[in-house]
Design a protein around this ligand. Structure first.
Ligand SMILES: Cc1cc2nc3c(=O)[nH]c(=O)nc-3n(C[C@H](O)[C@H](O)[C@H](O)COP(=O)(O)OP(=O)(O)OC[C@H]3O[C@@H](n4cnc5c(N)ncnc54)[C@H](O)[C@@H]3O)c2cc1C
Length: 596
């Protein structure tokens, strides 16, 4: 079985970007991208609800190495998918794709210094097993469960006789013409769906327990046209990227530093966009500070435009119950919302690592129980990157910081002649949430996410500029134990040299046998036949030895397995510090800690 340098899991934005970065850093690197679905794009090919689009600007959401080239600042899913297809083809990343490969488990062997990845290959129920070995693994599997949505907790939802749709599993053939639709939720998904179904539906009502901040962002930016007209395209796209990186950075910090002032500005903006029938309070005045939860953007203010039409409405309050065709709001007898369809835009179920199980030397653990080193490497986990982007800026920026950290770690190990790097938590580091936003689904999913720490380099990521600087120039050895388990290498080398020695001896032997046989044949013509028979045992020995060599080549060197008397911890120590290797005098395993 050939061994990969890097196995990338997931062909979404994070997977594609990582593939580009590893190939850029080391053009001859041996990597594959394993994707469970039959297509690339992740989120952007998976979700099918009407109007799916980015709410980040595409100049910072696009890849640095293939800048977003279209004129629109905000793009819909088909345009993003077209861009992703072009991007992956631009560096032949598509030649490294393994579609319909669902990662099931990951096992690190300290003895081999390798990951063993197990996949189900195929469609749904029908699959075959496949095993792959890799030096590094990158989990670009996104942050939510593709199979299961967050369970809906709406009182009386089971009474409803109409159609219930979760945006994650939007039925593409559903026709909402003339239907009364209620959307339960207040996040980006609800804000996107409402204006996009308002035209067809008879009525659309957004039912929210608590409001969000909703800003309007122009789809087109006049400076795009201007810059493209006067500057070479590559300069124009670079300048636009810098402009939008700075804008989103300044906007976030302005909101966090001056929460009252920014709140006032945002609410007055909302007031201007709303029809007189819909007051800002309670519908657009959240209890939290701007950017404590993800800020919702609507292109050209399409959400407000829908509210100004007579088709869309908004209701803020707790759902008391749902009858077979009506949503009843607590303490608001006037707010009874009749509906044929309910859309439950209540959030995603957080999942890190795509649901694959993780083991280190036979001991299972969960990514959620670990801290993240520099926002991307799991504590106590050698050679593994978990890609989690930003929630307060474009996701891609965080994914790129992770990819750059990976390429630095790979070259650091290469330079130092090491085979693995393991983030190891020093005493006294306190855990804190990695995603610091207070959105309900993130709060509910905190138990499923690795945490950050309260000290460098365990701090959660918050700011692209400083994180990028750190990924490029920061200390990549702090709290890292790098190992070179030469036991395996030397044992292998010993076997190889043994094979070589035995092989060449046997070669000589067989040559001499052949010569002898020839001599004896000649001899038999002269003095007799006894000599030929004497050579048979040597030839048999030759065949036997060849057979042994062949078998050892197939089996390889077995890893020590845990005995029933050993505790998991003892076993781990044994594997981390294996017994002396076959080459006399050399330490079997060298780690930074055991060398010092
Ligand atoms: C509706 C929606 C809108 C969003 N809008 C924005 C936005 O405007 N701006 C922004 O910055 N972010 C946004 N996000 C966040 C978004 O998830 C990221 O922008 C980005 O697309 C994530 O890319 P990714 O590659 O990390 O993950 P994903 O896009 O989730 O891709 C992960 C890939 O991994 C695969 N995978 C998962 N598990 C396995 C497994 N076990 N084996 C093999 N393959 C596996 C999946 O099939 C998928 O293809 C949005 C998210 C959602 C859900």
């Amino acid at each position: 079985m050939s061994v990969l340098d890097v196995a990338i899991i997931g062909a979404g934005i994070s997977g594609i970007n990582t593939a580009y970065r590893v190939q850029e850093a080391q053009p001859d690197i041996n990597y594959r991208i394993f994707e469970s679905r039959g297509e690339i794009g992740g989120t952007w090919s998976f979700f099918k609800y009407p109007g799916l689009r980015s709410d980040s600007d595409l100049f910072s959401f696009g890849f640095e190495w293939n800048p977003w080239f279209a004129d629109e600042v905000i793009a819909d899913a088909p345009a993003i998918m077209q861009y992703l297809h072009k991007s992956i083809k631009s560096f032949n990343g598509d030649k490294h794709l393994e579609l319909k490969h669902k990662l099931i488990s990951l096992d690190w062997s300290s003895f081999e210094q390798l990951w063993t990845l197990r996949f189900h290959v195929g469609d749904g129920e029908k699959y075959e097993d496949r095993e792959v070995k890799s030096r590094w693994v990158v989990l670009g599997t996104g942050y939510y469960d593709y199979k299961k949505a967050l369970p809906v907790e709406i009182p009386g939802i089971d009474n409803f006789k109409g159609t219930i749709i979760h945006p994650q599993f939007w039925p593409e053939d559903i026709d909402l013409t003339g239907k009364r639709v209620a959307i339960v939720g207040s996040g980006a998904t609800a804000i996107t769906i409402l204006p996009n179904i308002a035209e067809k539906a008879k009525s659309v009502t957004l039912v929210q327990r608590s409001p969000s901040y909703i800003g309007a962002i122009p789809r087109q930016d006049k400076s795009v046209d201007l810059l493209k007209r006067w500057l070479p395209l590559s300069w124009a796209t670079k300048l636009l990227r810098v402009k939008y990186l700075l804008l989103s950075f300044l906007f976030f910090n302005f909101c966090q530093q001056l929460p009252n002032f920014s709140r006032k500005l945002l609410l007055s903006g909302a007031k201007k966009s709303l029809p007189p029938s819909i007051p800002v309070d309670p519908h657009f005045s959240p209890k939290y500070k701007p950017w404590d939860q993800r800020f919702c953007m609507c292109p050209d203010g399409d959400f407000y435009a829908a509210l100004r039409s007579d088709k869309a409405n908004i209701v803020t309050g707790h759902i008391e119950t749902i009858t077979e065709d009506t949503i009843v709001i607590k303490d608001q007898p006037e707010s009874k919302i009749e509906a044929d369809v309910i859309v439950t835009a209540t959030g995603l179920k957080i999942l890190v690592g795509g649901g694959a199980t993780m083991h280190r030397d036979g001991i299972e653990y969960k990514p959620a129980d670990k801290m993240l080193w520099k926002g991307c490497m799991l504590q106590d986990t050698p050679n593994a990157i978990v890609v989690i982007g930003y929630t307060n800026a474009s996701w891609t920026l965080g994914a790129d910081v992770a990819a750059k950290t990976l390429t630095r770690m790979i070259s650091m190990l290469k330079k130092n002649g090491r085979t693995s790097a393991t983030p190891t938590l020093p005493a006294g580091v306190q855990a804190q949430p990695f995603m610091q936003m207070s959105s309900t689904y993130l709060l509910k999913g905190r138990g499923q996410m690795p945490t950050g720490g309260n000290q460098y380099p365990w701090l959660p990521r918050r700011n692209y500029f400083s994180d990028l600087f750190d990924a490029k120039y920061g200390d990549v050895s702090k709290d890292i134990v790098s190992s070179k388990c030469i036991h395996m290498v030397e044992a292998n080398e010993t076997v190889v040299s043994w094979r070589k020695e035995v092989g060449s001896t046997l070669h000589l032997l067989s040559l001499s046998c052949t010569l002898c046989i020839m001599c004896s044949i000649l001899d038999s013509f002269t003095s007799g036949t006894i000599f030929i028979l004497q050579m048979y045992p040597i030839n048999t020995l030759h065949m036997l030895a060849t057979l042994i060599i062949r078998i050892t080549r197939h089996i390889g060197i077995p890893e020590p397995s845990r005995t029933s008397q050993q505790s998991p911890a003892e076993y781990q120590v044994q594997v981390a510090h294996p017994p002396p290797c076959l080459v006399g005098g050399s330490p079997s395993c060298s780690t930074d800690s055991c060398q010092s």
